[in-house]
Design a protein around this ligand. Sequence first.
Ligand SMILES: Cc1cc2nc3c(=O)[nH]c(=O)nc-3n(C[C@H](O)[C@H](O)[C@H](O)COP(=O)(O)OP(=O)(O)OC[C@H]3O[C@@H](n4cnc5c(N)ncnc54)[C@H](O)[C@@H]3O)c2cc1C
Length: 358
Amino acid sequence: MAEIGIVGAGILGLLSARRLAAQGHQVTLWSAPQRHPPASWAGGGILSALFPWRYPDALTRLTRHALADYQQLSAALAQEGWPGLELVESGLLMPGVADTATALSWAARWDLAARVVSAAEHCGRFHDEHALWIPSVGQLRNPRALKALAASSRRAGVHTVDEPVQRFVAAGAGWAVQGAQQSRRVDQLLLCSGAGTAGLVQRSTGRQLPLFPARGEMLCYAPGIEPPPCIILREQGYVIPRADGTLLVGSTLTESADGRPTAGGGRVLQELAETLWPPLAGRLPFAQWAGIRPGCRASVPILSELPEAPGVFIASGHFRNGLVAAPASAALITALMTGTAAPFDPAPYALSSSSSPP
Ligand SMILES: Cc1cc2nc3c(=O)[nH]c(=O)nc-3n(C[C@H](O)[C@H](O)[C@H](O)COP(=O)(O)OP(=O)(O)OC[C@H]3O[C@@H](n4cnc5c(N)ncnc54)[C@H](O)[C@@H]3O)c2cc1C
């Protein structure tokens, strides 16, 4: 069995570590949460791309079974004694969306129930607008998933190193992963380092990846406000009703590697909150946070071996869709690493031998 290093303990790194450890590989997971807080903690947990028909089919392939995949994971974690992931099939309502014809033909092609409804049919708060309704969209309590996955992977023998990786260099038939304090030799290396991936690859190989840091901010409202009956998505943002009565409003999008929430972001989201869900008018959020998404200039993430560094793999660039796309992405990248049959065509996510986008 191989000695495998994974950089990053966000959702991509943890799900990949779980798969590889289950196959008997020796896995070491590096993470540097102080310097690079994982986007996976900050996300809203919507298990759908936003306006999913506007993405290429290769993205739909990564996202369409997310709820079922997480349900399976939740059951497996429950058997190990971890609390549930608070998966809820909330449904997604998109009032006033313009491109409904394209949306409906996309849904029919992927065999997904979707229909145009009167928004008021779902909720008296919206009056005369039509809305697109996709009932099967779920949500995940992502911090719970990360906590359970991290604890479960430690129990399964995954070794963790809490320090930033500076670079990786060739070492015999494998790679040496050089951290701030220690260096470790591995047969294969998987970079799930989110917004830190571009810098790590450039420092190690000189290659520039089409990735960029994209800050996103969220507001959280305390229970006690009338919740919407489902996730509400408009062009400007969304509101997510959590099972415990809290409401999340998101999200801003700024190209920045600074992970601190901003006063401007808070103002924008507070104004948006009232447009998205009228009962939020005049209410104050009890929390605001930010995360740095692994932005990607291509419309699908990178799931590929690095051509100039055989044995080094990348699963990064999931941008706004990393939580929903993580189970399928982890299945694909670990299949590529172990030489088992890929669950679907890996070509759309592959890096070419030049530094052009995937
Ligand atoms: C506000 C917001 C809302 C979002 N909402 C949703 C949503 O509703 N649905 C959805 O699907 N997606 C959503 N996303 C996107 C999603 O959160 C990300 O795409 C996803 O979490 C990326 O996961 P990751 O594992 O690739 O990266 P991350 O979660 O960022 O993890 C990267 C890991 O790498 C580590 N790291 C980085 N560099 C180094 C280094 N040099 N050495 C060691 N460790 C390193 C970090 O510490 C971290 O552990 C949202 C994101 C934000 C910010």
